[in-house]
Design a protein around this ligand. Structure first.
Ligand code: KG4
Ligand code: ZN
Length: 342
């Protein structure tokens, strides 16, 4: 079966053509196009929703033809269309949803709406069958969630951030230090040169027995630290700040995931999302899972950020369950609790 998948929930327009036989766990990525808007938004220090919507409109048509051409297929060859419907910037989502519906309608193909977070998790499905149930951790610029998955299609959120997402915290702290948006990758590089024990940072996990996070306290703490130093005319070693922030985030994430795996007696962990490109977080999770005998899956760097391949992978298992959307498919800024986006 040939999937054409669209992703436009934030600042990347992505289109992929992926082949996967029904009933198998085999995937062949025939093309994966990504038009990033980072340069456009960098001068504003963050994503400007209206500009994002316009940039998606400008990119999506040519990107789709490129994805088909690079895959060596035509519109008629596509069997199923998939598109991110939620959560995300509503104007941005609507570009992908309406383009996908138009493509599906005009070519007589079925269309399925996919939850973006389910998509991030599904980036892990490309490496072969993963045992269920599993715990999944998704961290990106807009989302931070812990999920209990009973199957590839049955998800339940068991923990989330109560305020900022992990990527958002990296971006906001980095911005205060004068780094350019998005700041996660730069903070990752600087953290490797700093001392993780230089500054004591507040943990970002909730201490109420839940699996939730709160990152706004860490953000405020760092901003106060930098403001105080500035007022006193003292210099702050930015690499040390990056290392200390990264260390406390890694510690809290590992702690919450450890508690969650224990609570649900699960020994398989999937991690995904743009923040999982972080070398320190990847190392912390790998070391924890090796020690505890947990089977850990993290996508390759190329599939951590937003892409169309992950949307195709998530859609495949929903289609195979017989789930399909119709032309009433719409975008939604936040997820429904039942995880159904069709
Ligand atoms: O998944 P993604 O591409 O888009 C969203 O769905 O938000 O994630 C983007 C986020 C940004 O906040 C960015 O700063 C962060 O991922 N990020 C990183 C790294 N690379 C990207 N955060 C920490 N370390 C990195 N190496
Ligand atoms: Zn994402």
């Amino acid at each position: 079966m040939l999937y054409l998948a669209f992703e436009s929930s934030c600042d990347e327009t992505a289109v992929a053509v992926v082949s996967s036989p029904d009933g198998s766990d085999e995937f062949t990525v025939l093309s994966s196009e990504i038009a990033s808007q980072i340069d456009v938004h960098a001068k504003f220090g963050g994503v400007v929703p209206e500009i994002a919507s316009r940039a998606h409109i400008e990119a999506i048509s040519a990107l789709t033809y490129k994805a088909l051409a690079d895959a060596g297929v035509t519109a008629a060859d596509i069997d199923r269309v998939a598109v991110t419907t939620e959560p995300g910037l509503i104007g941005a989502l609507l570009v992908g949803v309406n383009f996908a519906k138009s493509f599906a309608y005009s070519n007589g193909k079925p269309v399925l709406g996919v939850n973006h977070i389910k998509g991030h998790v599904a980036a892990n499905y490309l490496n072969g069958r993963i045992k269920t149930p599993f715990i999944a951790f998704v961290a990106s610029g807009g989302h931070t969630s812990i999920i209990k998955a009973d199957s590839y299609t049955d998800f339940e959120t068991v923990g989330r951030t109560l305020d900022d997402a992990v990527g958002e915290a990296f971006d906001k702290i980095g911005r205060r230090m004068g780094l350019s948006y998005p700041c996660g990758a730069e903070m990752d590089r600087l953290a490797a040169q700093g001392d993780p024990k230089a500054f004591k940072m507040p943990p970002v996990h909730m201490k109420d027995g839940s699996f939730n996070f709160s990152l706004s306290g860490l953000k405020t703490h760092v901003i106060n630290l930098l403001n105080t130093a500035e007022m006193r005319g003292e210099s702050v070693n930015i690499a040390d700040v990056c290392a200390s922030v990264t260390a406390v985030i890694c510690d809290s994430v590992v702690y919450q995931l450890g508690q969650c795996l224990k609570r649900y007696r699960v020994d398989t962990l999937l991690a995904a999302g743009g923040v999982l490109a972080n070398s320190h977080l990847r190392a912390a999770l790998t070391s924890f899972c090796n020690k505890k005998g947990v089977d850990l899956h993290i996508p390759p760097l190329s599939l951590c950020g937003d892409n169309g391949v992950m949307i195709a992978a998530a859609a495949k298992y929903e289609y195979e369950k017989g789930l399909v959307s119709d032309m009433s498919l719409d975008g939604r800024p936040s997820s429904k609790d039942d995880w159904k986006s069709y």
